[in-house]
Design a protein around this ligand. Structure first.
Ligand SMILES: NC(=O)c1ccc[n+]([C@@H]2O[C@H](COP(=O)([O-])OP(=O)(O)OC[C@H]3O[C@@H](n4cnc5c(N)ncnc54)[C@H](OP(=O)(O)O)[C@@H]3O)[C@@H](O)[C@H]2O)c1
Length: 163
């Protein structure tokens, strides 16, 4: 049995996920949640995400980076030049398979996703990278928790795809 594929994302109501290679919002509780969920797991991501996330190789994570640059490979980092190859490598590595973005990787893997770990930030924010529309697909909500800080209200949801 192949392992399930989970997308993990923090997304604004207008589906913005990034701005100028950074997150478009600074939400410490979400960052902590993201780090806790991905620790010890296999994390699949694009080149920019890998470069801007120093903890990709920390806390027992097993990164698979999608890039045309094979020089990124090391004893702790696997590389693949497309999604199909990245997912095949991820299936051989320990832990859950968590897809961590960015935009094109989310677009290509949403149709394959078994689960979505979504932090929906209840705001419209400016940005240059987007999560694909997911709300028209069928999902079962496994868990949901509302929270907020001084700047944002947000909801942590765990969704399971219904096919
Ligand atoms: N809010 C969130 O949860 C979240 C999550 C992730 C990212 N982000 C944000 O999103 C932005 C980064 O995402 P991004 O979409 O710009 O970049 P990205 O996906 O991290 O990296 C883009 C690069 O990855 C490689 N790549 C990506 N998709 C590929 C594919 N399908 N096939 C082959 N290679 C592929 C290419 O690298 P090469 O040029 O080396 O070949 C491409 O130039 C940042 O602002 C980040 O903060 C937010």
């Amino acid at each position: 049995m192949p392992k399930p594929i989970t997308l993990i994302v923090a997304c604004a109501e207008n589906r913005v996920i990034g701005r100028a290679r950074r997150l478009p919002f600074d939400i410490p509780e979400d960052k902590a949640w993201f780090h806790a969920k991905t620790a010890g797991q296999t994390v699949v991501m694009g080149h920019i995400c890998f470069e801007t996330w120093p903890k990709a190789v920390a806390d027992g994570r097993h990164p698979v980076v999608i890039t045309r640059d094979p020089s990124l490979a090391s004893d702790r980092v696997r590389v693949a030049d497309n999604i199909t190859e990245a997912l095949a490598i991820a299936q051989t590595l320990p832990g859950e398979i968590l897809i961590c973005g960015g935009q094109r990787i989310y677009e290509e893997t949403l149709p394959l996703a078994d689960r979505l770990l979504l932090t929906l930030v209840h705001a419209e924010v400016p940005g240059d990278t987007w999560f694909p529309e997911w709300r028209h697909l069928s999902w079962r909500e496994i868990s949901r928790r509302e929270s907020s800080d001084a700047n944002y209200r947000y909801t942590f949801s765990e969704l399971e795809r219904v096919r």
